[in-house]
Design a protein around this ligand. Structure first.
Ligand SMILES: *Cc1c(COP(=O)(O)O)cnc(C)c1O
Length: 312
């Protein structure tokens, strides 16, 4: 965790950054924390194979693949290039190709099963079909939730809060499958630290899902508290999940130009764009922590035109 001097001066805040992009595990990111608990659960269940799903540029699948390699588990991931919300349809916008996380998944020995794009529900159905097929073949399968978002995954982020203490007025983080936000919000419930999630997903019921996850986390760990009203901003999603937004790319360039720190177009850039929006609206003050959730390998799966998106 360190201070961002140039951005602090520019925004009139005391702005800090939490470097979960530099956790050191399989090129970093927030999913390593969740996998510490989820892989232990998989091993305790006696599984020999983990089945997961996500987008082709999923950071979760990348860190899952590495964690399975370390634990001696087989990893099968069912992926779509661009899964989407059924009601909203497939978003227009600059989407990543292969390379990036997809390259790393294969390097870590995961079996990627690429299926045609469709709604999230279809992706979950296909992952379940793969799990059943592997079980028929004699594998002992552990089904891992999307993005690692179960009460155990959220527990990892309640634990992460201990590293930060209560010195901040606000923490701003990207939010998508929800356990990062749920864990932090539960850990800081009733404290002087606001936890603000910036949605990278357009789903209208995301906030309810995060609230539900936080309740189930408190069932698992009763020393935590169910947060009151969650703060989730859904105005920086852009055209939809998985595609770059001009506002996010402007934020990504600003972070790179002013601090030499790289964000990713799908999550952390949108989260930082959300932080900039809040700062401009005068909704942030004092000491603020931007939680960098990682994702940088996905940046390298975009074509170079990404650099100019939203410029000028
Ligand atoms: C998964 C992910 C998020 C979102 O975290 P959730 O716990 O799924 O809400 C944010 N940033 C990056 C880089 C991610 O890979």
């Amino acid at each position: 965790m360190h201070r961002l001097a140039r951005l602090s001066a520019r925004l009139g805040l005391d702005l800090w950054i939490k470097r979960d992009d530099l956790t050191g595990f399989a090129m970093g990111g927030n999913k390593g924390r969740k996998l510490e608990y989820l892989i232990a659960d998989a091993l305790a269940s006696g599984a020999d194979t983990v089945v997961g799903c996500g987008s082709l540029q999923s950071n979760f699948v990348r860190q899952l693949a590495a964690a399975c390699a370390m634990a001696g588990l087989s990893c099968v991931a069912v992926v779509m290039r661009l899964p989407f919300d059924a009601a909203m349809g497939k978003p227009d916008g600059l989407a990543p190709g292969s390379g990036g996380n997809a390259l790393l998944d294969r390097l870590f020995g995961a079996e990627l099963r690429l299926v045609p794009d469709g709604p999230w529900e279809e992706l979950y159905d296909r992952a379940e079909a793969a799990a059943l097929e592997l079980e028929r073949g004699g594998c002992r399968v552990y089904r891992i939730p999307i993005g690692g978002s179960s009460p155990l995954g959220a527990y990892a982020f309640a634990q992460a809060a201990v590293e930060v203490g209560e010195e901040f007025d606000a923490i701003v983080t990207a939010s998508s499958s929800g356990s990062t936000h749920a864990g932090l919000a539960s850990a800081f419930a009733g404290s002087g630290t606001r936890v603000i999630g910036i949605a990278c997903d357009p789903e209208p019921d995301l906030k309810d899902e995060i609230a539900d996850l936080a309740e189930r986390l408190v069932d698992l760990e009763p020393s935590l508290r169910v947060p009151g009203e969650l703060e989730l901003r859904q105005d920086s999603v852009g055209a939809g999940y998985g595609v770059a937004s001009p506002e996010g790319m402007a934020a990504l360039r600003l972070m790179a130009h002013s601090e030499g720190i790289v964000l990713d177009p799908i999550y952390s850039a949108k989260a930082f764009a959300g932080l900039l929006r809040l700062a401009e609206a005068g909704e942030l003050r004092g000491k603020v922590l931007f939680w960098h959730t990682g994702g940088t390998p996905a940046l390298l799966a975009f074509s170079e035109e990404i650099v100019e998106l939203g410029a000028g």
